[in-house]
Design a binder for this molecule. Structure first.
Ligand SMILES: *Cc1c(COP(=O)(O)O)cnc(C)c1O
Length: 375
């Protein structure tokens, strides 16, 4: 028995610190804003090496706040990768813009370079949202940033899954115009509920994000814009502040598990999607690609009967979702996203997995996968 993810493996002393914190904050009625939120924003800004970190209610709001802050609204076209979590697509629609899906690169899981180039030329979009999935970013992230800048396409980077990722020795968020993250409990830095943040080096954009996420306020009862309430509550901030103290340990443990899998799976002959060179991944997700659908379902059945959790992240492309129909402006590129959706299987990966658990998972995989089936 190995769960797909176990969020209950708290470090020694963690729960005691959290309970004490909840008691103190409650006794002081410290519920909205305050020290915990301020401290968190300053620690996040240091960690991601971006001048401004603005916390908000969740990762989906973070994307919506970023879109609104850069001026995306009604009638604007926004490129989105055809393979991401639905929130990336949804956020574009929710701010009144029209999404154009762009195919992905099945080697790194990011947006496909030639489809992106074609989409920019053909649709002249106002903005693009790319997603750094699985625990790394695109091999050509820097070229993507340059391409968008040269073409005046405002680039938002959905970094919900890449907290702790580095590229060329620096946090991935650092080089973005504006990026977002999610602190949903299952993410690399998880809250005790919903939470998110927007990162940018641009002071004006940061001020806009902060204003929009607090009812467009200019004063307590003065409103300079129509925003909404997307404030992070103080308890979530406090939980994240405590969690940040253990982040290095959690990342180290995730990266150890990645190493174990890479070594074991390459021996078994399974194709694993890997972080491109130049990246230090955060170990968010294991990604196996099994093209042979018979083999894949056999393996899934074996994992199920052995009580081993697994994921299919993600089982369907954005453009294929019934909910996309009324909003999708166009799709650019081929069907690598659909191919990925069909072949993807994710093995358990979370902090403090034991060697025994890793061995159990890889043993079941080894016993139920034959690499020569197509030869
Ligand atoms: C989790 C996630 C989101 C949404 O974050 P929430 O905090 O759940 O709203 C957006 N994009 C990606 C890629 C995600 O993984």
């Amino acid at each position: 028995m190995v769960p797909f993810i176990d969020l209950k493996r708290f470090e020694d002393g963690f729960l005691e610190r959290w309970s004490a914190k909840v008691a103190t904050m409650t006794s002081k009625a410290e519920f909205i804003g305050g020290n915990e939120v301020n401290a968190l924003e300053s620690r996040l800004s240091d960690f991601v090496q971006v001048a401004h970190a603005v916390t908000c209610a969740n990762g989906t709001d973070a994307i919506q706040l970023a879109l609104r802050a850069i001026g995306v609204g009604k009638g604007d076209l926004v490129l989105v990768p055809n393979m991401t979590f639905w929130a990336t697509f949804e956020a574009v629609v929710n701010v009144g813009a029209s999404p154009v899906t762009v195919d992905i690169d099945i080697v790194d899981g990011g947006i496909d370079w030639s489809s992106l180039t074609e989409a920019i030329t053909r649709y002249k979009p106002k903005a693009a949202v790319i997603a750094h999935l699985y625990g790394w970013g695109s091999a050509n992230l820097k070229a993507i940033r340059n391409l968008c800048a040269e073409n005046k396409v405002l680039l938002i980077e959905d970094g919900a899954q890449c907290f702790g990722v580095e590229i060329d020795g620096e946090p991935i968020y650092k080089g973005a115009l504006i990026s977002t993250t999610s602190f949903y409990p299952a993410k690399v830095l998880g809250a005790a509920g919903d939470a998110g943040a927007v990162f940018t080096n641009d002071a004006d954009l940061a001020a806009k994000v902060r204003q929009l996420g607090n009812h467009g306020r200019t004063t307590h009862y003065g409103y300079g814009a129509v925003g909404w309430n997307s404030r992070l509550d103080s308890f979530q901030a406090a939980f994240l502040n405590i969690s940040l103290d253990y982040l290095a340990q959690r990342l180290a443990s995730r990266r150890e598990a990645v190493k174990y899998y890479t070594n074991a799976l390459s021996k078994i002959g399974i194709t694993e999607m890997r972080a491109p060179s130049g990246y230090l991944q955060n170990g968010y997700c294991n990604v196996c690609l099994i093209d042979d659908l018979g083999q894949k379902s056999k393996l899934e059945a074996a994992l199920k009967s052995s009580g081993i959790g697994f994921g299919n992240i993600y089982p369907g492309a954005m453009s294929e979702q019934p909910g996309a129909k009324d909003f999708l402006h166009a799709h650019v590129g081929g069907n690598q996203a659909e191919k990925l959706c069909r072949s993807v299987i994710n093995l358990p990966l979370f902090p403090y997995m034991t060697q025994a658990e890793l061995a159990e998972v890889t043993h079941v995989v080894e016993s139920n996968f034959s690499k020569n089936v197509n030869e």
